[in-house]
Write a protein that binds this ligand. Structure first.
Ligand code: FE
Ligand code: FE
Ligand code: ZN
Length: 276
């Protein structure tokens, strides 16, 4: 079963996202838990959530991916910045329980000169503070392009974070095709080998979701500039070949390409055709 969707605006609530997803041929989607730059989240509308859950069940949606604000930095050198990440993620964890059993993806952050080891230690600390053994949400570390001092630009760093977290069953990975290619993993010519390496270092059972993006830059560029499917250095064929790897069967695939809804509808259609 292919679960495919895209990033949608959460401004009009959950039911609206569900309806938009159906309109563009999606059966999963991603959304920001609040303003992507952080800030206060809207109150949860229980009736809206209830209508959405019904729609999702009736239409056999796959797991959803919530995305934390991308400006959070849980491994900043400044305590105030780390505390803000902790506060937002803690609040997001409570809010996620209204749509139980889904994923919450975040960028591990940038160590800003403290070194990767220190950065990893700080991220582990935040995760151990926010993860409750009874939560139904699985938190996902996003694979990063490795630009600047970003943590998560290689599988070893992700493995080191998971290693330090107590409740490992609440932690997984979301692989972003633009980011891993930018980080230097050859998913165009050798997706099998990249996944083998991931399995050896992190474990494929930890891979929970995919971000499907083309990249404006060649492999190893460490730039993180998303392109529309087929308009970048990966290409439609390589992306579809990657998605078809048996190890990725059933994972939610979320587009984060520069598109409006109609553009997403076309890409979903294109990828479905290439997939089946
Ligand atoms: Fe992201
Ligand atoms: Fe991404
Ligand atoms: Zn990106």
């Amino acid at each position: 079963m292919l679960y495919i969707g895209c990033h949608l605006s959460s401004v009009k609530g959950f039911e609206n996202m569900g309806k938009e997803a159906l309109e563009i041929g999606a059966n999963t989607f991603q959304f920001f838990t609040r303003n992507p730059r952080g800030g206060k989240a809207k109150d949860i509308d229980l009736e809206d959530v209830k209508r959405f859950l019904k729609l999702a069940e009736e239409n056999k949606f796959g797991k959803l991916v919530a995305h934390a604000p991308y400006t959070l930095n849980p491994c900043s050198a400044t305590k105030k910045v780390r505390d803000f990440a902790l506060m937002v993620m803690e609040d997001d964890m409570k809010r996620m329980e209204y749509i139980p059993g889904n994923y919450y993806n975040f960028h591990p952050g940038s160590h800003v000169g403290q070194g990767a080891e220190k950065g990893i230690e700080l991220i582990v600390d935040v995760l151990n503070k926010i993860i409750k053994p009874e939560q139904s949400t699985v938190i996902l570390l996003e694979t990063m392009a490795g630009k600047g001092s970003e943590i998560g630009g290689n599988f070893e760093e992700l493995a080191a974070i998971i290693d330090g977290v107590h409740h490992k069953d609440k932690l997984g990975v979301c692989m972003d095709t633009c980011h891993v290619s930018d980080a230097g993993y050859d998913i165009i010519n050798n997706p099998e080998k990249v996944l083998e390496e991931f399995d050896k270092i992190v474990g494929l059972e930890k891979l929970c979701a995919l971000h499907i993006n083309d990249s404006l830059n060649p492999a190893g560029a460490r730039k993180d500039r998303h392109a529309r499917i087929g308009e970048g250095h990966l290409g439609t064929e390589a992306i579809a070949r990657f998605m078809k790897q048996p190890a990725l069967e059933g994972l939610p695939c979320v587009l984060e390409t520069p598109n409006e809804l109609d553009g997403y509808a076309k890409e979903i259609d294109l990828l479905k055709k290439a997939y089946y």
